[in-house]
Ligand binder design. Structure first.
Ligand SMILES: [Zn+2]
Length: 498
């Protein structure tokens, strides 16, 4: 059977925007066809399963660090969102409001579709936390949230009106513990995103004017896209007592005195990360999935052209599946498709390993192992085909994927404005500059759709956010702002973002 051309990806990855739209639809990550639903997408089984696996990885780390899952409402009274003034103002332009209820009657108090969880989770914190013995109080919630994006900014998975994430919130006895929590969040993010999903990122302290509304400070994770832009795929905020005061999140200390909790929140953008998996690792043929989250990790393709070979080939395929039962293995024994068609199909879906078995392999008691990442091909004797071997192959694949993604993550330094433009326009993701922090320079960059991402954290073995900031300021001494030429205050990184 000839391969149906419309099934495959018809543009090269160089044409990123069109390629990406095709990959997320044709490889089954999202379905955009529901009418009047721009920005709200369905997830077909393949995409929903990968999303679930990404969630599983984060949830496992959170549970290991003593977080408990909770569930809280999706629609919240607008009065709650307005309790923290900065927070309400910051989110106002992005909030969907529900104004009518039963029988079309106007609601007395309109409800908002939550853009983030602080305003609904912290009232519960005030009920659930009583004394110092309850602290640290650590929870997470896996759920969709909603932000009214400009229609022309919508890009599947990377920028949507409804997005999926895990938000983890904690209450602590003091600021030191809140700072420590922020560092723990970062270690969780690194383990899952870099070590398991093979996506590189840089960690920044966002500038004051771009921090989370209501936070003391915001740390954010930026990852590179193939077109030279970056995407913020996660954030960690130290909220100080900015929310515990209006929401009355308090505890009674050892001396029987009432104290305000110090709080942190940590957002893991799981649907964005699903989009990044496609964007960062995909190639001209479709998805390339890291083994940890592939719904099917190994596709076994039996190859036979004569009826007499069928029984032996299928027998060996089943034996292989039994041997490797700890992995997600699928034998593709569909009879109305050719082996070549099947190779293309599983490649497009990003399955990390393919095992081919033909009559000659049965004779030699071997299989052919093909890696999706680079189509590397190996003959493996059936006796040597063990779980240990596959585990090692999966680790190798993940490492190779990370190395390639890291190589494609372009960074450079610039000393003046022309140099910044030249480098960003040439596809450099992040450019390091001395900066004066003036509104004028922020605006001049903004005119070129360039944003200040902030000070890089823990770049030189610093132990705290504060220390990273001090070192950045020290390094800027005697240097001139790359935008205006006046004395620089900090070393920051700039980029274009989705
Ligand atoms: Zn300046």
């Amino acid at each position: 059977m000839a391969k149906d051309k419309t099934q495959g990806i018809t543009v090269k990855k160089e044409d990123f925007s069109e390629w990406y739209e095709q990959v997320v639809s044709k490889c089954g990550l999202v379905d955009k066809r529901l009418e009047h639903s721009r920005g709200f997408y369905g997830f077909p089984p393949w995409g929903a399963r990968i999303l679930r696996e990404i969630e599983n990885l984060f949830e496992k780390e959170l549970v290991d660090k003593n977080h408990f899952p909770i569930r809280t409402p999706t629609a919240i009274p607008i009065t709650l969102l307005e309790k923290e003034k900065e927070h309400a103002t910051g989110f106002a332009p992005e909030v969907f409001v529900i104004t009518k209820g039963h029988g079309g009657k106007e609601l007395e108090i309109p409800k908002v579709l939550r853009p983030t969880g602080e305003a609904v989770i912290y009232p519960y914190f005030s009920y659930w936390i009583q004394t110092y013995k309850d602290l640290p109080f650590k929870i997470f919630e896996t759920r969709p949230s909603f932000r009214a994006e400009r229609t022309n900014a919508i890009f599947p998975l990377l920028r949507t009106a409804e997005f999926y994430w895990i938000e983890a919130h904690t209450a602590q006895v003091d600021n030191d513990n809140a700072d420590k929590q922020v560092k723990e969040d970062m270690s969780i993010f690194k383990k899952v995103v870099e070590d398991e999903l093979a996506i590189p990122f840089m960690l920044f302290k966002r500038p004051e004017w771009d921090k989370f509304a209501g936070a003391d400070y915001t740390c954010a994770y930026d990852s590179p896209l193939p077109d030279g832009k970056v995407s913020q795929i996660g954030t960690t905020h130290n909220l100080g007592t900015n929310f515990s005061k209006p929401f009355d999140v308090t505890y009674v200390d050892k001396n029987n005195r009432k104290q305000f909790c110090y709080q942190t929140s940590f957002g893991m953008g799981v649907s964005k990360i699903l989009g990044m998996l496609a964007a960062v690792h995909g190639d001209d043929n479709g998805l390339v999935l890291p083994p940890k989250v592939a719904p099917i990790q190994i596709a076994v393709i039996p190859i036979y052209y004569k009826e007499k070979d069928k029984e032996n080939v299928l027998k060996l395929a089943k034996k292989v599946k039994t041997k490797l039962r700890q992995f997600r293995v699928e034998i593709d024994s569909r009879e109305d498709y050719t082996p070549g068609w099947k190779f293309n199909e599983w490649e497009m879906k990003g399955v990390p390993l393919r095992i081919e078995i033909g009559p000659k392999d049965v004779e030699k008691n071997q299989v052919v192992l093909v890696r999706r990442f680079d189509r590397n091909k190996e003959f493996i004797p059936v006796d040597k085909l063990t779980s240990k071997l596959i585990e090692r192959k999966f680790e190798e694949i993940t490492e190779l994927m990370f190395a390639k993604a890291e190589e494609n993550f372009k960074r450079a330094k610039a000393k003046n404005f022309d140099d910044i433009l030249k480098k960003i326009n040439a596809g450099i993701h992040l450019v390091e500059i001395p900066f004066c922090n003036s509104q004028k320079c922020i605006d001049k960059l903004k005119e070129q759709t360039i944003k200040v991402r902030g000070i890089q954290l823990f770049a030189n073995g610093e132990s705290s956010v504060e220390e990273s900031v001090r070192n950045s300021q020290k390094a800027a001494e005697g240097k001139k702002c790359a935008v205006c030429g006046k004395p620089a205050k900090e070393i920051v990184w700039v980029a274009r973002q989705y």
